[in-house]
Design a protein around this ligand. Structure first.
Ligand SMILES: Cc1cc2nc3c(=O)[nH]c(=O)nc-3n(C[C@H](O)[C@H](O)[C@H](O)COP(=O)(O)OP(=O)(O)OC[C@H]3O[C@@H](n4cnc5c(N)ncnc54)[C@H](O)[C@@H]3O)c2cc1C
Length: 388
Protein backbone atom coordinates (compact mmCIF):
# COMPACT_ATOMS: atom_id res chain seq x y z
CA UNK A 1 0.00 0.00 0.00
CA UNK A 2 1.25 3.49 -0.78
CA UNK A 3 2.54 5.33 2.31
CA UNK A 4 2.09 8.69 0.62
CA UNK A 5 -1.03 10.37 -0.71
CA UNK A 6 -1.79 7.99 -3.59
CA UNK A 7 -5.33 8.47 -4.70
CA UNK A 8 -6.92 5.50 -2.92
CA UNK A 9 -10.52 5.60 -1.76
CA UNK A 10 -11.31 5.05 1.92
CA UNK A 11 -12.66 1.60 1.03
CA UNK A 12 -9.48 0.63 -0.85
CA UNK A 13 -7.31 1.83 2.02
CA UNK A 14 -9.39 -0.12 4.56
CA UNK A 15 -9.09 -3.28 2.46
CA UNK A 16 -5.33 -2.87 2.12
CA UNK A 17 -5.06 -2.37 5.88
CA UNK A 18 -7.14 -5.48 6.54
CA UNK A 19 -4.94 -7.46 4.13
CA UNK A 20 -1.79 -6.14 5.82
CA UNK A 21 -3.08 -7.17 9.22
CA UNK A 22 -4.02 -10.64 7.94
CA UNK A 23 -0.63 -10.93 6.23
CA UNK A 24 1.30 -9.99 9.35
CA UNK A 25 -0.78 -11.86 11.92
CA UNK A 26 -1.97 -14.95 10.04
CA UNK A 27 0.30 -15.48 7.01
CA UNK A 28 3.80 -14.29 8.01
CA UNK A 29 4.06 -16.73 10.94
CA UNK A 30 3.20 -19.56 8.47
CA UNK A 31 5.38 -18.43 5.54
CA UNK A 32 8.50 -20.44 6.42
CA UNK A 33 6.42 -23.57 7.09
CA UNK A 34 4.52 -23.22 3.79
CA UNK A 35 7.91 -23.07 2.06
CA UNK A 36 9.32 -26.00 4.03
CA UNK A 37 6.30 -28.30 3.76
CA UNK A 38 5.59 -27.32 0.14
CA UNK A 39 1.90 -28.12 0.68
CA UNK A 40 -1.08 -26.01 -0.43
CA UNK A 41 -2.26 -24.08 2.66
CA UNK A 42 -5.96 -25.03 2.69
CA UNK A 43 -6.42 -23.15 5.98
CA UNK A 44 -5.41 -19.87 4.31
CA UNK A 45 -7.72 -20.52 1.38
CA UNK A 46 -10.59 -20.94 3.89
CA UNK A 47 -9.49 -17.88 5.86
CA UNK A 48 -9.37 -15.69 2.74
CA UNK A 49 -12.86 -16.93 1.84
CA UNK A 50 -14.23 -16.13 5.31
CA UNK A 51 -12.69 -12.65 5.12
CA UNK A 52 -14.35 -12.16 1.72
CA UNK A 53 -11.03 -11.62 -0.05
CA UNK A 54 -11.73 -14.19 -2.79
CA UNK A 55 -14.46 -12.36 -4.65
CA UNK A 56 -13.45 -8.73 -4.31
CA UNK A 57 -13.38 -8.15 -8.07
CA UNK A 58 -16.80 -9.75 -8.65
CA UNK A 59 -19.80 -7.38 -8.75
CA UNK A 60 -22.12 -7.43 -5.73
CA UNK A 61 -25.04 -8.66 -7.87
CA UNK A 62 -23.21 -11.98 -8.18
CA UNK A 63 -22.24 -12.20 -4.51
CA UNK A 64 -18.84 -10.50 -4.79
CA UNK A 65 -17.36 -7.50 -3.06
CA UNK A 66 -17.68 -5.17 -6.06
CA UNK A 67 -14.44 -3.51 -4.98
CA UNK A 68 -12.71 -3.42 -8.39
CA UNK A 69 -9.33 -4.49 -9.74
CA UNK A 70 -7.20 -2.00 -7.79
CA UNK A 71 -8.60 -3.39 -4.52
CA UNK A 72 -7.74 -6.91 -5.65
CA UNK A 73 -4.20 -5.72 -6.43
CA UNK A 74 -3.82 -4.06 -3.02
CA UNK A 75 -4.74 -7.32 -1.29
CA UNK A 76 -2.38 -9.39 -3.46
CA UNK A 77 0.44 -6.90 -2.79
CA UNK A 78 0.02 -7.07 0.99
CA UNK A 79 -0.10 -10.88 1.03
CA UNK A 80 2.91 -11.17 -1.31
CA UNK A 81 4.93 -8.95 1.02
CA UNK A 82 5.13 -11.92 3.38
CA UNK A 83 4.34 -14.96 1.17
CA UNK A 84 4.14 -15.10 -2.62
CA UNK A 85 2.51 -18.55 -2.41
CA UNK A 86 -0.26 -17.19 -0.17
CA UNK A 87 -0.84 -14.24 -2.49
CA UNK A 88 -1.27 -16.66 -5.39
CA UNK A 89 -4.34 -18.17 -3.68
CA UNK A 90 -6.12 -14.87 -4.38
CA UNK A 91 -4.34 -14.05 -7.67
CA UNK A 92 -4.82 -17.44 -9.33
CA UNK A 93 -8.46 -17.70 -8.21
CA UNK A 94 -8.98 -14.30 -9.86
CA UNK A 95 -7.23 -15.56 -13.03
CA UNK A 96 -9.44 -18.66 -13.13
CA UNK A 97 -12.70 -16.78 -12.56
CA UNK A 98 -12.09 -13.91 -15.00
CA UNK A 99 -13.16 -15.92 -18.09
CA UNK A 100 -16.55 -16.41 -16.37
CA UNK A 101 -16.83 -12.75 -15.49
CA UNK A 102 -15.78 -11.59 -18.96
CA UNK A 103 -17.31 -14.25 -21.21
CA UNK A 104 -20.18 -16.12 -19.53
CA UNK A 105 -23.91 -15.53 -20.06
CA UNK A 106 -26.02 -13.81 -17.42
CA UNK A 107 -27.54 -17.17 -16.49
CA UNK A 108 -24.12 -18.82 -16.08
CA UNK A 109 -22.83 -15.91 -13.98
CA UNK A 110 -25.82 -16.14 -11.65
CA UNK A 111 -25.36 -19.89 -11.34
CA UNK A 112 -21.58 -19.98 -10.79
CA UNK A 113 -20.28 -16.70 -9.43
CA UNK A 114 -21.78 -16.66 -5.90
CA UNK A 115 -19.96 -19.90 -4.99
CA UNK A 116 -16.79 -18.64 -6.69
CA UNK A 117 -16.98 -15.26 -4.94
CA UNK A 118 -17.28 -16.92 -1.53
CA UNK A 119 -14.11 -18.92 -2.21
CA UNK A 120 -16.02 -22.21 -1.73
CA UNK A 121 -15.32 -23.01 -5.38
CA UNK A 122 -11.60 -22.47 -5.96
CA UNK A 123 -10.79 -21.64 -9.57
CA UNK A 124 -7.77 -22.33 -11.81
CA UNK A 125 -6.93 -21.31 -15.37
CA UNK A 126 -5.77 -23.89 -17.93
CA UNK A 127 -4.35 -22.44 -21.13
CA UNK A 128 -0.70 -23.59 -21.37
CA UNK A 129 0.21 -26.89 -23.00
CA UNK A 130 3.51 -28.72 -23.56
CA UNK A 131 3.79 -27.28 -27.11
CA UNK A 132 1.85 -24.05 -26.56
CA UNK A 133 3.37 -21.60 -24.07
CA UNK A 134 4.03 -18.11 -25.41
CA UNK A 135 2.39 -19.23 -28.63
CA UNK A 136 -0.89 -19.88 -26.84
CA UNK A 137 -2.97 -19.80 -30.03
CA UNK A 138 -1.53 -23.14 -31.16
CA UNK A 139 -3.38 -25.37 -28.70
CA UNK A 140 -3.39 -29.10 -29.35
CA UNK A 141 -6.24 -29.82 -26.93
CA UNK A 142 -9.41 -30.72 -28.81
CA UNK A 143 -13.03 -30.25 -27.80
CA UNK A 144 -15.40 -32.21 -29.99
CA UNK A 145 -19.13 -31.65 -29.82
CA UNK A 146 -21.19 -34.83 -29.37
CA UNK A 147 -24.88 -34.03 -28.88
CA UNK A 148 -25.38 -32.04 -25.68
CA UNK A 149 -21.74 -32.43 -24.57
CA UNK A 150 -18.22 -31.58 -25.60
CA UNK A 151 -15.51 -34.20 -25.25
CA UNK A 152 -12.07 -32.85 -24.33
CA UNK A 153 -8.80 -34.62 -25.09
CA UNK A 154 -5.27 -33.32 -24.53
CA UNK A 155 -2.74 -32.15 -21.94
CA UNK A 156 -2.43 -28.93 -19.96
CA UNK A 157 0.90 -28.08 -18.37
CA UNK A 158 2.02 -25.77 -15.55
CA UNK A 159 -1.49 -25.23 -14.20
CA UNK A 160 -1.35 -23.37 -10.89
CA UNK A 161 -3.56 -25.15 -8.33
CA UNK A 162 -4.60 -27.63 -11.04
CA UNK A 163 -4.71 -30.39 -8.40
CA UNK A 164 -6.55 -28.46 -5.66
CA UNK A 165 -8.97 -26.18 -7.53
CA UNK A 166 -12.63 -27.18 -7.63
CA UNK A 167 -13.16 -25.95 -11.21
CA UNK A 168 -10.98 -24.81 -14.08
CA UNK A 169 -11.53 -22.55 -17.04
CA UNK A 170 -10.09 -24.63 -19.86
CA UNK A 171 -9.24 -23.57 -23.41
CA UNK A 172 -9.46 -26.10 -26.25
CA UNK A 173 -9.81 -26.06 -30.00
CA UNK A 174 -13.24 -26.81 -31.43
CA UNK A 175 -12.03 -26.09 -34.96
CA UNK A 176 -8.27 -26.58 -35.49
CA UNK A 177 -8.39 -25.19 -39.04
CA UNK A 178 -9.42 -21.78 -37.74
CA UNK A 179 -6.36 -21.40 -35.48
CA UNK A 180 -6.94 -18.87 -32.69
CA UNK A 181 -10.50 -18.30 -33.98
CA UNK A 182 -11.26 -21.99 -33.39
CA UNK A 183 -10.52 -21.89 -29.65
CA UNK A 184 -13.37 -22.24 -27.15
CA UNK A 185 -13.50 -21.80 -23.36
CA UNK A 186 -15.17 -24.25 -20.92
CA UNK A 187 -15.82 -24.46 -17.22
CA UNK A 188 -14.68 -27.92 -16.12
CA UNK A 189 -15.06 -29.47 -12.67
CA UNK A 190 -11.84 -31.05 -11.49
CA UNK A 191 -13.59 -34.23 -10.43
CA UNK A 192 -14.90 -34.89 -13.97
CA UNK A 193 -14.06 -38.48 -15.04
CA UNK A 194 -11.07 -38.63 -17.39
CA UNK A 195 -9.34 -35.56 -15.90
CA UNK A 196 -6.17 -36.68 -14.13
CA UNK A 197 -3.22 -34.98 -12.47
CA UNK A 198 -0.24 -36.60 -14.19
CA UNK A 199 2.56 -34.57 -12.58
CA UNK A 200 3.25 -32.02 -9.86
CA UNK A 201 6.23 -29.85 -10.74
CA UNK A 202 9.27 -29.50 -8.47
CA UNK A 203 9.99 -25.80 -8.65
CA UNK A 204 12.68 -23.20 -7.90
CA UNK A 205 10.22 -21.24 -5.78
CA UNK A 206 6.53 -20.73 -5.01
CA UNK A 207 6.63 -23.75 -2.73
CA UNK A 208 3.20 -24.37 -1.28
CA UNK A 209 1.56 -23.33 -4.53
CA UNK A 210 1.22 -26.58 -6.51
CA UNK A 211 1.70 -26.51 -10.29
CA UNK A 212 0.10 -29.45 -12.07
CA UNK A 213 0.16 -31.20 -15.39
CA UNK A 214 -3.34 -32.35 -16.28
CA UNK A 215 -4.35 -35.07 -18.71
CA UNK A 216 -7.80 -34.94 -20.30
CA UNK A 217 -9.00 -38.22 -21.77
CA UNK A 218 -12.55 -38.25 -23.09
CA UNK A 219 -13.54 -35.62 -20.53
CA UNK A 220 -17.26 -34.88 -21.03
CA UNK A 221 -18.39 -31.32 -20.44
CA UNK A 222 -22.06 -30.33 -20.81
CA UNK A 223 -22.83 -27.71 -23.46
CA UNK A 224 -24.13 -25.43 -20.68
CA UNK A 225 -20.52 -25.18 -19.44
CA UNK A 226 -19.27 -23.59 -22.64
CA UNK A 227 -18.27 -19.99 -21.90
CA UNK A 228 -19.13 -17.70 -24.81
CA UNK A 229 -19.64 -19.01 -28.31
CA UNK A 230 -17.44 -21.49 -30.12
CA UNK A 231 -14.36 -19.65 -31.38
CA UNK A 232 -14.46 -16.87 -28.75
CA UNK A 233 -12.07 -18.62 -26.36
CA UNK A 234 -8.84 -16.95 -27.45
CA UNK A 235 -10.37 -13.51 -27.17
CA UNK A 236 -11.65 -14.40 -23.67
CA UNK A 237 -8.18 -15.70 -22.69
CA UNK A 238 -6.45 -12.52 -23.88
CA UNK A 239 -9.00 -10.25 -22.17
CA UNK A 240 -8.53 -12.31 -18.99
CA UNK A 241 -4.76 -11.76 -19.09
CA UNK A 242 -5.20 -8.02 -19.64
CA UNK A 243 -7.23 -8.01 -16.41
CA UNK A 244 -4.96 -10.34 -14.45
CA UNK A 245 -1.49 -8.97 -15.24
CA UNK A 246 -1.87 -6.00 -12.87
CA UNK A 247 -2.40 -8.66 -10.17
CA UNK A 248 0.94 -10.26 -11.06
CA UNK A 249 2.51 -6.80 -11.03
CA UNK A 250 1.04 -6.40 -7.52
CA UNK A 251 2.45 -9.75 -6.50
CA UNK A 252 5.91 -8.74 -7.76
CA UNK A 253 5.56 -5.37 -6.02
CA UNK A 254 4.65 -7.09 -2.74
CA UNK A 255 7.64 -9.44 -2.97
CA UNK A 256 9.94 -6.46 -3.67
CA UNK A 257 8.46 -4.43 -0.79
CA UNK A 258 8.92 -7.40 1.54
CA UNK A 259 12.57 -7.77 0.52
CA UNK A 260 13.18 -4.04 0.95
CA UNK A 261 11.63 -4.12 4.44
CA UNK A 262 13.87 -7.03 5.39
CA UNK A 263 17.00 -5.38 3.96
CA UNK A 264 16.37 -2.08 5.79
CA UNK A 265 15.81 -3.85 9.13
CA UNK A 266 18.93 -5.96 8.64
CA UNK A 267 21.11 -3.00 7.59
CA UNK A 268 20.14 -1.23 10.81
CA UNK A 269 20.92 -4.15 13.03
CA UNK A 270 23.89 -6.01 11.49
CA UNK A 271 27.21 -4.57 12.70
CA UNK A 272 30.60 -4.93 11.01
CA UNK A 273 33.74 -2.84 11.56
CA UNK A 274 32.09 -1.57 14.75
CA UNK A 275 29.03 0.03 13.09
CA UNK A 276 25.73 -0.93 11.49
CA UNK A 277 26.25 -1.90 7.83
CA UNK A 278 23.57 0.71 6.99
CA UNK A 279 26.21 3.35 7.81
CA UNK A 280 28.18 2.32 4.71
CA UNK A 281 27.37 4.33 1.63
CA UNK A 282 27.56 1.24 -0.60
CA UNK A 283 24.63 -0.26 1.34
CA UNK A 284 22.76 3.07 1.49
CA UNK A 285 22.90 3.44 -2.29
CA UNK A 286 21.56 -0.09 -2.80
CA UNK A 287 18.68 0.63 -0.45
CA UNK A 288 17.95 3.93 -2.21
CA UNK A 289 17.84 2.23 -5.62
CA UNK A 290 15.67 -0.59 -4.27
CA UNK A 291 13.21 1.94 -2.81
CA UNK A 292 13.08 3.94 -6.06
CA UNK A 293 12.26 0.73 -7.95
CA UNK A 294 9.56 -0.31 -5.47
CA UNK A 295 7.82 3.07 -5.48
CA UNK A 296 7.94 3.35 -9.30
CA UNK A 297 6.55 -0.17 -9.63
CA UNK A 298 3.78 0.73 -7.19
CA UNK A 299 2.64 3.74 -9.19
CA UNK A 300 2.71 1.86 -12.50
CA UNK A 301 0.84 -1.10 -10.98
CA UNK A 302 -1.91 1.06 -9.47
CA UNK A 303 -2.15 3.03 -12.69
CA UNK A 304 -2.51 -0.17 -14.75
CA UNK A 305 -5.27 -1.47 -12.47
CA UNK A 306 -7.03 1.89 -12.70
CA UNK A 307 -6.77 2.06 -16.51
CA UNK A 308 -8.20 -1.49 -16.80
CA UNK A 309 -11.09 -0.48 -14.50
CA UNK A 310 -11.64 2.62 -16.64
CA UNK A 311 -11.64 0.55 -19.84
CA UNK A 312 -14.21 -1.82 -18.30
CA UNK A 313 -16.40 1.18 -17.58
CA UNK A 314 -15.99 2.39 -21.17
CA UNK A 315 -13.99 5.46 -20.15
CA UNK A 316 -10.60 4.32 -21.50
CA UNK A 317 -9.37 2.70 -24.62
CA UNK A 318 -8.68 -1.07 -24.47
CA UNK A 319 -5.40 -0.66 -26.30
CA UNK A 320 -4.25 1.63 -23.50
CA UNK A 321 -5.37 -0.84 -20.83
CA UNK A 322 -3.53 -3.66 -22.61
CA UNK A 323 -0.37 -1.52 -22.82
CA UNK A 324 -0.39 -0.50 -19.15
CA UNK A 325 -1.23 -3.99 -17.98
CA UNK A 326 1.84 -5.35 -19.83
CA UNK A 327 4.04 -2.45 -18.71
CA UNK A 328 3.18 -2.89 -15.04
CA UNK A 329 3.74 -6.66 -15.07
CA UNK A 330 7.07 -6.30 -16.88
CA UNK A 331 8.41 -3.42 -14.82
CA UNK A 332 7.27 -4.65 -11.40
CA UNK A 333 8.62 -8.16 -12.01
CA UNK A 334 11.99 -6.85 -13.21
CA UNK A 335 12.12 -4.63 -10.11
CA UNK A 336 11.22 -7.60 -7.89
CA UNK A 337 14.05 -9.67 -9.35
CA UNK A 338 16.58 -6.87 -8.89
CA UNK A 339 15.42 -5.83 -5.43
CA UNK A 340 15.32 -9.36 -4.04
CA UNK A 341 18.81 -10.07 -5.46
CA UNK A 342 20.10 -6.89 -3.80
CA UNK A 343 18.38 -7.84 -0.53
CA UNK A 344 20.27 -11.15 -0.55
CA UNK A 345 23.49 -9.16 -1.14
CA UNK A 346 22.78 -6.88 1.82
CA UNK A 347 22.30 -9.93 4.05
CA UNK A 348 25.69 -11.30 2.89
CA UNK A 349 26.10 -15.00 3.70
CA UNK A 350 22.91 -14.90 5.79
CA UNK A 351 21.00 -13.94 2.66
CA UNK A 352 22.02 -17.17 1.00
CA UNK A 353 20.72 -19.46 3.73
CA UNK A 354 17.14 -20.40 4.48
CA UNK A 355 17.13 -18.98 8.05
CA UNK A 356 16.14 -15.61 6.56
CA UNK A 357 13.30 -15.05 4.06
CA UNK A 358 15.18 -13.08 1.38
CA UNK A 359 16.51 -16.14 -0.50
CA UNK A 360 12.91 -17.42 -0.75
CA UNK A 361 11.80 -14.00 -1.99
CA UNK A 362 14.51 -14.02 -4.67
CA UNK A 363 13.40 -17.46 -5.90
CA UNK A 364 9.73 -16.44 -5.78
CA UNK A 365 10.40 -13.20 -7.66
CA UNK A 366 11.73 -15.08 -10.71
CA UNK A 367 8.37 -16.55 -11.68
CA UNK A 368 6.79 -13.11 -12.00
CA UNK A 369 9.04 -12.46 -15.03
CA UNK A 370 7.79 -15.68 -16.64
CA UNK A 371 4.14 -16.47 -16.03
CA UNK A 372 1.05 -14.79 -17.49
CA UNK A 373 3.22 -14.09 -20.53
CA UNK A 374 7.01 -13.78 -20.30
CA UNK A 375 8.53 -10.32 -20.13
CA UNK A 376 9.85 -10.78 -23.68
CA UNK A 377 6.28 -11.29 -24.89
CA UNK A 378 5.09 -8.28 -22.83
CA UNK A 379 7.76 -6.11 -24.47
CA UNK A 380 6.47 -7.22 -27.88
CA UNK A 381 2.93 -6.28 -26.83
CA UNK A 382 4.05 -2.86 -25.53
CA UNK A 383 6.12 -2.10 -28.63
CA UNK A 384 3.25 -3.15 -30.92
CA UNK A 385 0.86 -0.86 -29.07
CA UNK A 386 3.09 2.05 -30.18
CA UNK A 387 4.24 0.85 -33.57
CA UNK A 388 1.05 -0.89 -34.69
C1 LIG B 1 4.99 -21.88 -11.76
C2 LIG B 1 4.20 -21.68 -13.00
C3 LIG B 1 2.84 -21.45 -12.93
C4 LIG B 1 2.08 -21.30 -14.10
N1 LIG B 1 0.72 -21.17 -14.00
C5 LIG B 1 -0.02 -21.24 -15.14
C6 LIG B 1 -1.44 -21.34 -15.07
O1 LIG B 1 -2.03 -21.33 -13.98
N2 LIG B 1 -2.15 -21.45 -16.23
C7 LIG B 1 -1.55 -21.49 -17.45
O2 LIG B 1 -2.24 -21.60 -18.45
N3 LIG B 1 -0.19 -21.37 -17.55
C8 LIG B 1 0.58 -21.27 -16.43
N4 LIG B 1 1.95 -21.20 -16.51
C9 LIG B 1 2.59 -21.20 -17.83
C10 LIG B 1 3.29 -19.91 -18.17
O3 LIG B 1 2.36 -18.89 -18.43
C11 LIG B 1 4.24 -20.20 -19.35
O4 LIG B 1 5.29 -20.98 -18.81
C12 LIG B 1 4.76 -18.96 -20.02
O5 LIG B 1 3.72 -18.28 -20.70
C13 LIG B 1 5.88 -19.25 -21.02
O6 LIG B 1 5.59 -20.34 -21.84
P1 LIG B 1 6.70 -21.50 -21.97
O7 LIG B 1 7.09 -21.91 -20.62
O8 LIG B 1 6.16 -22.55 -22.89
O9 LIG B 1 7.95 -20.80 -22.64
P2 LIG B 1 8.22 -20.58 -24.22
O10 LIG B 1 7.04 -19.97 -24.86
O11 LIG B 1 8.75 -21.86 -24.78
O12 LIG B 1 9.38 -19.51 -24.18
C14 LIG B 1 10.77 -19.84 -23.99
C15 LIG B 1 11.58 -18.55 -24.12
O13 LIG B 1 11.44 -18.00 -25.44
C16 LIG B 1 10.96 -16.67 -25.35
N5 LIG B 1 10.07 -16.41 -26.50
C17 LIG B 1 9.05 -17.17 -26.95
N6 LIG B 1 8.47 -16.59 -28.01
C18 LIG B 1 9.13 -15.43 -28.23
C19 LIG B 1 8.99 -14.36 -29.16
N7 LIG B 1 8.04 -14.36 -30.10
N8 LIG B 1 9.86 -13.32 -29.08
C20 LIG B 1 10.82 -13.27 -28.11
N9 LIG B 1 10.99 -14.26 -27.20
C21 LIG B 1 10.16 -15.31 -27.26
C22 LIG B 1 10.23 -16.58 -24.03
O14 LIG B 1 10.14 -15.25 -23.56
C23 LIG B 1 11.11 -17.44 -23.15
O15 LIG B 1 12.21 -16.70 -22.71
C24 LIG B 1 2.72 -21.32 -15.36
C25 LIG B 1 4.11 -21.50 -15.42
C26 LIG B 1 4.83 -21.72 -14.28
C27 LIG B 1 6.32 -22.00 -14.39
Amino acid sequence: MADGPFDLTAEQRALAELARQVAEERVAPRAAAIEEEDRFPEDLRRLFGELELMGLGIPETYGGGGAGLLAVCLVIEELARVSAAASLIVADHELGLLPVLLGASEEQKRAWLPEIASGRRLMAFALTEPEAGSDAAHLAMRAERRGDRYVLNGTKRFITHGNVADSLTVFASTDPEKGSKGITCFLVDRETPGLKVTKLERKMGLHGSPTAELSFQEVEVPVENRIGEEGQGFRIAMATLDHSRPGIAAQALGIAQGALDQAVAYARQRRQFGRPIGDFQAIQFMIADMAIGVESARYLTYKAATVVEEADAGRADWQLANRFSSMAKTYASDVAMRVTTDAVQIFGGYGYVADYPVERMMRDAKITQIYEGTNQIQRLVIARSYLG
